[in-house]
Design a protein around this ligand. Structure first.
Ligand SMILES: Nc1nc2c(c(=O)[nH]1)N[C@H]1C(S)=C(S)[C@@H](COP(=O)(O)OP(=O)(O)OC[C@H]3O[C@@H](n4cnc5c(=O)[nH]c(N)nc54)[C@H](O)[C@@H]3O)O[C@H]1N2
Ligand SMILES: Nc1nc2c(c(=O)[nH]1)N[C@H]1C(S)=C(S)[C@@H](COP(=O)(O)OP(=O)(O)OC[C@H]3O[C@@H](n4cnc5c(=O)[nH]c(N)nc54)[C@H](O)[C@@H]3O)O[C@H]1N2
Ligand code: SF4
Ligand SMILES: [Mo]
Length: 692
């Protein structure tokens, strides 16, 4: 007999960084409806379309359901179904000989955008195995902001959208489409309704830009100059918070001298934002008190990420917006297990010295290896050989800059295991593919380790199909085969218990509560100072010399040299319909966005004889791809904005699903990297276009 619809509370996940409280309707082990939970802490009932149709990710007929072993040559698309025992043994029997021959560090453990608790189980697996090399896209996502924040003011300054604020300044962040790090866009709108002003810094006229009090349409990649221009105006016009600057900052007088050169007029030339608009925006931001600066991914997508981020933290600091409600805050965790303990960091005390990136003189505290350096190790043996890779929740062939180098590196590895929900271009290169359980099919914890001071419950709602296992279970069982079994759990669900135990809760009690949030604590510096070497916000870095870092933020020109052969500027932005390279196979999403679209200004389209819907070849020094023209004036005439993350799941596994055809990262390069984080340039790339 068919059961009634049962409504279960959970939190959305694996569509972006997640966070919306959801009510999930279940009937006969099937999800029949998903709606927003009005009690959701971050969303107050809001959901987006891809959240509402997210159960469709589970039911596609081509979803991976059994462990697979490569049958033909690598990448040929021929597979043999094997048992879990065989898949785990085969993986162990390949990883252990690599460890024996080259050392544990010759195995890289790969993750992508953090999706759930498995992210930290993977770091634990690497640590226990003895490899310092966790390979992650953190170099272009989150880590530069977090690490630079810690170096500058002792913490990761998060925009406080929960308390009333007078102004939100979005800086290369598009929360209505991306809800980055659980900064759910609807909260920005709620603040605006209550009277907060809005300034948007974005090269595209986004939905938010269209609603903003001021919109600064800068040339992509020129953000550091604009931030320095803001500092110039605020200092020249004495709009800064004098009491805070006098008592709690280090190096102000050097900053004053330094930013004199970044006059609004000079910055206008670089950024194409009119000088008066720069003045007006800087004044409005400085006067608002409190003002929340919501920064985004584009801060990171440049070789100049360190300067950019440093300038923005200086801006928050001198305007007195650090650690105040409605400003940029230090989010404190609830009483849960600390990350270091969870990942068993103590077992690998020499990690910072031995990881691949240490050789490249990376900034201290960045504990993952940038993909650029990983591939150098694989292809050139620099600084030492790396021959094996275990990857989950990631699709490097499409998502890492310079896809051709990724292909070569994956062809060259001795052994690759990938855990996936669907056969992707990267999984198609593997020797072993593990089929995984997904959101709604396993117990999970969200937002652990993201730095926003909360964790969210994501309980299991339906059973996974056939032989799919949660990533955590796979690693728990693999761990027992490749490292001392006593360091692993009998049952992988104990990982969930570990996290919430310090709060005095079982996982199920945590699920009943829904989420845990740390205490709101503001202006802790009044008692303790800032957690930097000088105890102050370091406008000028006191450790600059020691770590060979720039003491003051600067603008050192466009991330790539201008090139008359490639007269247009290529950028990208994330679409509301997909997560990076994921879910092109979900029909309801594909109907909304069937093709990769490149946004081209009408004047430019006209000059090149391109019409809306035409196939367009986009070409950079590094490669060419094809996308479909969308003629729109949301971009400047000299800028085009192309889609990221594209491959064609309906294509052929033997050609890795046409991974070259429309993939943005065929156009990017790792020949020039930011020194501090190993970051490639993903925005402001000289390009040219033609009708196909
Ligand atoms: N040019 C350019 N490149 C970029 C970016 C850009 O803006 N421009 N953005 C960068 C950013 S910010 C990031 S974070 C990276 C992201 O890079 P990735 O993290 O590699 O990106 P995703 O597309 O999220 O890839 C995730 C893969 O995980 C799979 N997956 C989903 N859920 C699960 C799960 O529960 N378990 C397992 N095992 N697999 C799962 C999906 O099917 C998908 O194939 O890309 C970066 N690359
Ligand atoms: N729907 C959806 N949500 C996502 C993701 C997704 O792929 N899809 N990805 C998730 C991930 S991994 C991340 S890291 C976050 C990213 O979240 P965001 O940072 O919000 O995402 P982006 O779209 O990369 O960049 C934000 C805005 O920066 C603008 N921009 C581009 N270049 C520049 C520039 O040079 N300067 C300035 N000031 N602005 C620029 C773009 O036009 C865009 O509107 O989103 C997460 N959420
Ligand atoms: S905004 Fe993000 S967390 Fe909220 S429903 Fe959409 S995908 Fe899920
Ligand atoms: Mo990201």
């Amino acid at each position: 007999m068919s059961e009634e619809i049962r409504w279960v509370k959970t939190h959305c996940a694996r569509n972006d960084h997640g966070g919306c409280g959801l009510l999930v309707g279940v009937k006969d082990n099937q999800i029949v409806q998903i709606k927003g939970d009005p009690d959701g802490y971050l969303n107050h009932g809001y959901t987006c379309y891809k959240g509402r149709v997210s159960a469709d990710r589970l039911t596609h007929p081509d979803r991976l359901k059994y462990p697979l072993k490569r049958a033909g040559k690598r990448g040929e698309g021929k597979w043999q179904r094997i048992s879990w025992e065989e898949a785990l043994d085969e993986t162990a029997n390949n990883l252990l000989p690599i460890k024996e021959k080259y050392g544990a560090k010759a195995v890289g453990f790969g993750v992508g955008m953090p999706k759930g608790l498995e992210h930290f189980v993977l770091i634990r697996l690497a640590n226990i195995f003895g490899s310092p090399n966790v390979i992650a896209s953190q170099d272009v996502c989150h880590a530069p902001r977090e690490v630079t924040g810690v170096h500058t003011c002792g913490f990761y300054p998060v925009a406080d959208l929960q308390n009333p604020t007078n102004l939100i300044l979005t800086w290369g962040s598009n929360p209505l489409a991306t809800n980055e790090e659980g900064q759910i866009g609807s909260l920005v709108l709620e603040n605006i309704k209550k009277g907060a002003k809005l300034i948007v810094v974005d090269p595209r006229r986004t939905e938010l830009a269209a609603r903003a009090d001021l919109w600064l349409q800068l040339i992509p990649g020129t953000g550091p100059a604009l931030a320095l221009g803001f500092l110039n105006v605020i200092i020249e016009e004495s709009l800064y918070d004098k009491e805070f600057v006098d008592n709690y900052t280090y190096g102000f007088s050097d900053l004053v001298e330094h930013v004199k050169q970044y006059t609004p007029e000079k910055v206008a030339e670089i950024t194409s934002v009119p000088a008066d608009l720069i003045r007006q925006a800087a004044r409005m931001y400085a006067a608002a008190k409190p003002a929340a600066l919501q920064w985004g991914n584009s801060v990171e997508h440049s070789v100049h990420v360190f300067d950019h981020t440093r300038a923005l933290v200086c801006l928050m600091a001198i305007t007195g917006n650090l650690e105040v409600p409605g400003g940029n805050v230090n989010a404190h965790d609830p009483k849960i297990m600390g990350l270091g303990e969870f990942v068993k960091a103590k077992l690998i005390p020499t990690k910072a010295k031995e990881m691949i990136s240490a050789y490249h003189g990376i900034i201290p505290r960045l504990m993952t290896v940038a993909p650029a350096y990983f591939r150098k190790a694989v292809l050139e043996g620099v600084p030492y050989p790396v021959r094996g890779y275990y990857g989950m929740c990631t699709n490097p062939l499409v998502n890492w800059a310079d896809s051709k180098v990724t292909y070569d590196a994956f062809m060259s590895l001795d052994f690759i295991a990938i855990a996936e929900i669907f056969m992707t271009p990267t999984a198609a290169m593997a020797d072993i593919v593990f089929p995984v359980a997904h959101q709604y099919e396993m117990n999970d914890i969200g937002h652990y380790g993201i730095g926003h001071g909360m964790i969210l419950a994501r309980p299991k709602i339906v059973d996974p199909p056939e032989e799919c296992w949660p990533d955590m279970k796979i690693m728990n069982e693999l761990g027992k085969r490749v490292s001392p079994p006593e360091l692993w759990h009998d049952d992988y669900e104990e990982f969930l218990e570990d996290v919430v135990k310090p709060a005095g809760l079982t996982y199920q009690e945590f699920v009943a509560k829904g989420y845990l949030k740390g205490p709101d604590r503001f202006r802790s510096y009044l008692e303790k100072g800032f957690r930097t070497p000088t105890g102050k916000v370091e406008l000028k870095l006191s450790v600059a010399e020691k770590f060979k870092l720039k003491p003051l933020p600067e603008y050192s020109g466009p991330p790539e040299e201008k090139d008359p052969e490639y007269p247009l500027i290529l950028m990208s932005a994330k679409t509301p319909n997909y997560l990076l390279s994921s879910y092109r196979w979900v029909e309801k999403l594909r109907q909304r966005e069937p093709h990769p679209y490149v946004d081209i200004h009408p004047e430019t389209a006209n000059a090149y004889g391109i019409k809306d819907g035409d196939n367009v070849v986009i070409e950079t020094k590094y490669g060419e791809i094809v996308q479909v023209a969308r003629i729109t004036d949301i971009v400047l005439p000299q800028v085009i904005s192309a889609a990221i993350g594209w491959w064609y799941p309906e294509g052929d596994a033997a050609t890795q699903y046409e991974w070259r055809k429309s993939n943005f990262n065929m156009l990017t390069s790792i020949s020039k990297l930011g020194k501090e984080f190993g970051t490639p340039n993903l925005k402001n790339i000289p390009c040219r276009i033609r009708k196909q």
